[in-house]
Design a binder for this molecule. Structure first.
Ligand code: PHE
Length: 339
């Protein structure tokens, strides 16, 4: 019997394995419940007393050897599988897909930076507003059509709570909370209950500006807007102001720029007039200043407001406003090189 154990010991020492499966077979043969070692321990009682000591030592030797063998074989196979895996570490890495800014963000950032250079700060406010900040403080008469359900989204059952139709509401908040001089622009999303078409959408973005101080004049407004137009559309851009009406400004005007596509010669974008309308503006109505707690005898101010979609469409020759909201990658990818 001792000779048998010695044979097993030799067998264990000589054993090699190529796969984990080989090791498992080896373990089953020697170290499982019905394996050789269990069997030997069961046979131990048959061993004559005088041989028990030697036999026991040999059995323990075999048992330890089997365990060490299993551990070392598994260890080797693990290391081997790492070093021989199919990964080629010399291959170039996967390229990272860079996103692009949304065209509306590109143009908004550009406009914001122009007015930053003129000393305007940025103010933001809530998209869900009350009647006071969107209409009443801005001198809208009770019966003004903009207050109609047809033009404004009201929050159900709350006739006083609505989605802002312009970011002038932010300027009311600024006037209520700050003392002049005030020089600020408010970019943001606005909502109007309009049918969606290639030219209009129920969601769009505005940037409105406000400047209030002593002795602010219409000439200041005109010069500020001329600088802005040249910075955004190029040095050769000219502006023209046409009389208009807004409840919150007096006098009011609409500003055109020379068509950025044909340079003023006339094309189908400017409907052969050579001019493109881009914003509304005017001197802040004294009633508005008083509503917001600003002394209209001491201070005057100008305000202006523009739609970012319209300006982006003019700048990039985009013909359908709906493209801005569809998130079609074929459209968005075209702005990759713009910052
Ligand atoms: N709030 C106006 C609009 O939404 C734009 C505007 C702002 C006009 C300031 C004049 C002065 O159309």
């Amino acid at each position: 019997m001792i000779n048998n154990i010695q044979k097993y010991i030799e067998e264990v020492i000589a054993f090699t394995a190529n796969t984990k499966d080989d090791v498992e077979q080896f373990r089953i043969k020697f170290a499982s419940k019905k394996g050789i070692i269990t069997q030997l321990f069961a046979d131990f009682k048959l061993v004559p007393n005088e041989q028990k000591k030697e036999f026991g030592q040999k059995m323990n030797e075999l048992k330890n050897l089997v365990q060490e063998k299993i551990d070392s074989l598994l260890n080797n196979l693990e290391n081997k599988s790492e070093s021989t895996s199919n990964v080629d570490y010399t291959l170039p890495g996967d390229s990272i897909n860079l996103g692009s800014r949304h065209p509306l963000s590109i143009v908004r950032n550009e406009i914001v930076s122009i007015f930053n250079r003129l000393g305007f700060t940025i103010s933001e406010g809530p998209e869900i507003e009350d009647d006071w900040h969107v209409f009443s403080a801005l001198n809208f008469p009770e019966e003004h059509p903009a207050r109609d359900m047809q033009d404004t989204f009201f929050i159900e059952k709350h006739p006083d709570i609505l989605l802002r139709t312009h970011t002038s509401s932010v300027q009311v908040r600024v006037m209520e909370n700050q003392k002049p001089p005030i020089r600020t622009i408010s970019p943001g999303r606005v909502f109007r209950n309009e049918a969606i078409s290639a030219r209009s959408h129920c969601i769009f973005h505005q940037i409105e500006g406000l400047y209030i101080d002593e002795n602010v004049s219409f000439a200041d407004l005109k010069q500020t807007l001329l600088y802005f137009a040249k910075e955004l559309f190029g040095e050769h851009t000219k502006i023209r102001l046409r009389p208009s009406f807004f409840p919150f400004t007096e006098p009011s005007a609409e500003m055109d720029i020379t068509c950025s596509l044909c340079g003023g010669k006339g094309c189908n974008v400017c409907k052969h007039s050579g001019w493109l309308e881009i914003l509304g503006c005017g001197m802040v109505d004294p009633n508005v200043l008083e509503s917001c707690g600003i002394d209209s005898k001491k201070y005057t101010g100008f305000a202006f407001g523009m739609g970012i979609e319209r300006i982006t469409m003019l700048k990039y020759g985009i013909r359908d406003i709906r493209l801005f909201f569809e998130n079609d990658l074929r459209f968005l990818k075209q702005f990759k090189s713009c910052v």
